[in-house]
Design a protein around this ligand. Structure first.
Ligand code: ZN
Length: 146
């Protein structure tokens, strides 16, 4: 019996985490993302807002954290364009940027729907929620054009 190669799931090459309550303590992050919200945790003891979200505060080690929504628009501090050497599941060219969101930690994110020559430091970007195989999601940003 021949197996269809496109249906084989190569878990060792999978970049994306399992996102259900059974597999991931941060499943709420992915639930929120499915709803179009980028969120992270905030420590209820000391107020630290880490990125990525945590189950334990990296500053005071408290496990009392709550979910907060991050802004969906921000600015690119700096970016890089990668033409080769990245995992094949990611588009070529791969644009990675340090994105500053108002009142939140800067995050490294993919930039999609944007050509490299459209990118510039300081440009405004907005959140994009992308589907990933096996009913999962991931986040990226795209340049705001207006
Ligand atoms: Zn804390």
């Amino acid at each position: 019996m021949t197996e269809n190669a496109s249906e084989v799931y190569y878990s060792t090459l999978d970049l994306f985490p399992q996102q259900t309550v059974e597999h991931n303590k941060l499943y709420k992050f992915f639930d929120n993302l499915r709803g179009g919200m980028l969120t992270t945790s905030q420590c209820e003891e000391c107020g630290t807002v880490p990125w990525p979200p945590r189950t334990v505060c990296p500053s005071c080690f408290s496990d009392k954290l709550r979910w907060i929504e991050l802004p969906s628009r921000g600015k690119v501090d700096v970016f890089t364009v990668q033409w080769a050497g990245h995992p094949p599941v990611l588009d070529t060219p791969l644009i990675l940027a340090m994105v500053s969101l108002p009142g939140a930690p800067a995050i490294v994110a993919r930039i999609v729907d944007t050509a490299p020559d459209e990118m510039e430091d300081g440009c405004e970007v907005e959140l994009v929620v992308l589907p990933v195989e096996r009913d999962r999601v991931t986040y990226a940003f795209r340049k705001v054009t207006q």
